[in-house]
Design a protein around this ligand. Structure first.
Ligand code: SF4
Length: 350
């Protein structure tokens, strides 16, 4: 009984804090607006959840605004060309998400009449919508009391309950603790409040426990060991891969190619180049043409989730484009193509 009382207080304290301190975000309906009958637009919430994974709000929000401006509805997005979407996505990374975004929009248009399914289970059927996004959309848009657990929530819950199992294995224990707190009183606000608490108060390196509505119940705070949680298995250092790209010019044109749909940066545009291997190889045998290639003095460095990349950049010039397949882009218009960040870095290098 006491435990139930505590949980009730935890929920009430968190919602009260959210009403006062929750973040204002362009896709968010604030409690006072919700009280006036304004409801969340599933399309905008879906876009925000997909676009802001693995990036900061400061970096991702301008992309979200441009896409909503260009494609105001899910049907508009479905009707757009995939290249247009990839070009607007360029710089956000994790490009499989952009491809799935388009695929998902087309399925919502064709199979659901332009409306997202209104339950967590239904949302999970759509490509690119995983358990976190489905739970978040169902709670925010359809008031379903789901268990929303993102990285911020994992941190809060692991500290509140001192979850000893290290991540990533400890995720299931964290989910179980989080599930005990889920409420059907304003489930969308509750989920967003929990995420905000992790983002703004229960921060990774120096949590602001003095401002936390849950400090009275937090086990890590009581023991003064907040930053020991979440427990983690020590990370391995990332391996390094090596490769080269060839920036071939002909007058004011530059050669680009579309990468295969499958694999890293699939469907994006880039400069021709070598495979990326574990040891540096002699790259010029993979050059698109025989030319006077000049190597830039410093390689481009880029970090992907599972490896670090060192790319040598070679620049060449030819007289005619005839017989060379690929996309010959105007130099001044290269930025309008779906160039991922690593290729933009190569361009900047020269
Ligand atoms: S008291 Fe501190 S460690 Fe505990 S949940 Fe709040 S901010 Fe996080």
């Amino acid at each position: 009984m006491k435990k139930q009382m505590d949980i009730h207080k935890l929920r009430a304290d968190l919602l009260g804090w959210y009403d006062r301190e929750g973040r204002m975000l362009p896709w968010r309906i604030r409690p006072e607006d919700r009280a006036r009958g304004v409801t969340a637009d599933p399309y905008k919430v879906w876009l925000s959840e997909i676009m802001l994974q693995q990036t900061t709000i400061a970096h991702g929000a301008p992309y979200w605004m441009r896409i909503v401006d260009e494609f105001p509805t899910v049907t508009d997005l479905a009707d757009a060309s995939r290249d247009h979407i990839l070009a607007m996505w360029a710089g956000l990374g994790y490009y499989a998400r952009a491809r799935n975004l388009h695929k998902c929009a087309q399925i919502v248009r064709d199979a659901y009449g332009g409306r997202f399914p209104e339950s967590e289970a239904g949302l999970l059927q759509l490509p690119g919508i995983g358990p976190y996004t489905a739970a978040t959309m169902a709670a925010i848009c359809f008031d379903e009391p789901t268990n929303i657990v993102d990285g911020n929530v994992e941190r809060v819950i692991s500290r509140m309950f001192r979850v000893e199992a290290p991540l990533p294995k400890g995720k299931s224990a964290i989910r179980k603790y989080a599930a005990t707190l889920v409420t059907d009183d304003r489930p969308g606000d509750y989920g967003q409040a929990l995420m905000d608490l992790g983002a703004n108060v229960c921060t990774p390196k120096s949590p602001h426990c003095g401002m936390c509505p849950w400090s009275w119940a937090c086990q890590a705070n009581r023991a003064g060991v907040e930053t020991d949680y979440p427990r983690r298995i020590k990370k391995h250092t990332l391996p390094i891969r090596y490769g080269a790209v060839f920036i071939l010019r002909c007058g004011d044109k530059v050669l680009l190619e579309r990468r295969p749909d499958k694999g890293l940066l699939g469907g994006m545009t880039g400069f021709p180049g070598t495979e990326w291997g574990e040891v540096p190889e002699a790259p010029l045998r993979d050059a698109p043409v025989k030319a006077e290639w000049t190597k830039e003095p410093a390689p481009v460095r880029h970090v992907f989730t599972h490896f670090k990349l060192r790319l040598d950049v070679y620049v060449g010039e030819i007289e005619t484009t005839s017989g060379i397949d690929g996309i010959w882009a105007e130099s001044s218009g290269v930025g309008t193509y779906a160039l991922p960040t690593v290729m933009r870095k190569c361009l900047k290098q020269i």
